[in-house]
Design a binder for this molecule. Structure first.
Ligand code: ASP
Length: 350
């Protein structure tokens, strides 16, 4: 009798294991050579009420430009790392987003930028944090990955290395935008930590309504089926001098693994760090057999949301399927695929 029960338990374990495998396998089927890129420009209080028609058009146009730049790289046979870099560069150069030009200000009235990039084919990755003279921080992250033995470089050390390497360096005034500076002034003295891309200020962990947005990110899959992910940010308005968020922390705000997916996050970084959000999503797919949409929901709503955090994530799986989710009112986002799909959205999930 004992043996029969044991056999039954074993058979059920094996068959449920097979089902999980089947479920993930079904999701990862990819049409030969299919290409895809997905991007975000920050999540938060992105609602119709607080964005004029003109602003909506400006964001749509810039997101499309970034998508096109990234997709063109893929279409020309380029690798996913170059594709996401091209897309992120465009958003970093635009004052519309909280990355590169247009980055938010810290409590000292300075801008400190963070960025990360990851290659899903070999888990190579690179990141920089607290830099404010490198015109395109995502290029610096790429350099750390490609040309050093390290993963994360910060501040002066990172800048000296990048200058020697020949990356474009700028005076910190290049990053100035009046809009961001006024945002800082507005909240300074109130001891509030602004969730830039977000609907809220954080005060003693309580959210206070506002309507802002920010960070940029991209994930792409190339003709070889290699996934790459990258994120670039100015962080959060009125952050403490030296504060580093989730974006440059591999596994928190940025992650790519050909076995599962690539992810870029935006939101209240501390919560994405506490939950190691991007890696958690990947693990839920890999080890729990969750489909990507379920995995995103679990982390954003049941983990980050429950702790009081807010934001969103974009995800591209090894099948070239695009997913996204957010627990804030909106997220600037879009994707372009070789099957002809081309989507740009910003408000509630459609
Ligand atoms: N996640 C970023 C940070 O906390 C902010 C953002 O997504 O806008 O630095």
């Amino acid at each position: 009798m004992k043996n029969t029960i044991l056999l039954f338990v074993l058979v059920s374990m094996i068959s449920s294991c097979n089902e999980n495998t089947k479920q993930t396998e079904k999701l990862i089927t990819r049409e030969a050579n299919s290409l895809a890129i997905v991007i975000h420009g920050g999540a938060g209080g992105v609602t119709r009420e607080n964005h004029s028609q003109e602003q909506q058009e400006a964001y749509t146009k810039k997101l499309q430009e970034a998508l096109d730049a990234g997709y063109t790289v893929l279409e020309n046979g380029g690798v996913s790392l170059d594709a996401i870099q091209a897309a992120i560069n465009i958003m970093e150069d635009s004052p519309l987003f909280n990355a590169g030009k247009g980055a938010v200000y810290n409590s000292e009235g300075n801008q400190e930028m963070d960025a990360a990039i990851m290659d899903g084919s070999n888990l190579n990755c690179g990141a920089v944090a607290g830099v404010n003279h490198i015109k395109n921080p995502i290029l610096a992250a790429r350099f750390v990955m490609d040309s050093t033995n390290h993963v994360l470089l910060t501040g002066k050390g990172a800048e000296i290395l990048m200058a020697n390497y020949g990356l474009e360096m700028v005076d910190s005034t290049y990053f100035f935008t009046e809009k961001r500076f006024n945002q800082l002034k507005k909240i300074q003295g109130k001891e509030l930590l602004k969730l830039e891309h977000s609907t809220a200020y954080l005060e003693n962990n309580h959210l206070i309504d506002d309507h802002k947005f920010g960070t940029v990110g991209a994930v792409a899959i190339d003709k070889n089926g290699n996934i790459a992910a990258g994120t670039s940010t100015g962080g959060m308005t009125n952050k403490k001098y030296g504060r580093i968020g989730d974006s440059p922390i591999i596994g928190s705000g940025t992650y790519a693994n050909n076995l599962t997916c690539g992810i870029s996050a935006t939101g209240t970084g501390e919560y994405f760090m506490k939950t190691v959000a991007a890696h958690e999503v990947s693990n839920l797919i890999q080890y729990k057999g969750l489909n990507p949409q379920e995995a995103l929901h679990e982390v954003l709503f049941n983990q980050i949301g429950k702790l009081g955090g807010e934001g969103g994530m974009i995800l591209l799986d090894k099948g070239g399927n695009v997913y996204w989710d957010f627990n804030s009112s909106g997220m600037f986002r879009g994707y372009k695929k070789s099957n002809g799909d081309n989507v740009v959205e910003m408000f509630e999930m459609e």
